[in-house]
Design a protein around this ligand. Structure first.
Ligand code: HEC
Length: 118
């Protein structure tokens, strides 16, 4: 009697693998690229390399954002998005300059960069 199950499992594993390399990975890196481009255009003037040229300690490093952004511990992306949307102190609000999607893209980029230490 033939045993089709291992073959089925193999096909499934291959399918999952290819969907990751062919579909999910390019989408992920496209997201990062868009966020990166927005960051360079809108944020790097003050936050080059994840720093802060105006208020030295309020950098985009995880340790600083944990300290200065409300709810960073429970909702880091929400906290970053909120800061970009509304601005704070000397940082301008971007709600009239960037779309909601663009704010999310650049927020995700900041989070990702902070997690990997810029
Ligand atoms: C004109 C300079 C300027 C620009 C442009 C700017 N920021 Fe800021 N940013 C600041 C300043 C100043 C602060 C500190 C605000 C405060 O808490 O008083 C800050 C704080 C932040 C924080 C919180 C960091 C912390 O440790 O408290 C994040 C996140 C952030 N900015 C992201 C961005 C992103 C993303 C952009 C681009 C869409 C951007 N900023 C554009 C000046 C700027």
């Amino acid at each position: 009697m033939s045993r089709p199950l291992p073959l089925l499992v193999l096909i499934l594993v291959i399918a999952v693998f290819f969907s990751f390399t062919l579909i999910i990975k390019p989408v992920l890196s496209a997201e990062i690229t868009i966020g990166h481009a927005i960051f360079n255009a809108e944020c790097a003037s003050c936050h080059v390399g994840g720093g802060n040229i105006l208020i030295e300690n309020k950098t985009l490093q995880t340790s600083a954002m944990k300290k200065y952004l409300d709810n960073y511990d429970t909702d880091p992306i929400g906290a970053i998005v909120n800061q970009i949307h509304n601005g704070k102190g000397a940082m301008p609000a971007f709600k009239n300059k960037l779309t909601k999607e663009e704010i999310l893209e650049v927020g995700l980029y900041v989070f990702q960069m902070a997690e990997t230490g810029w």
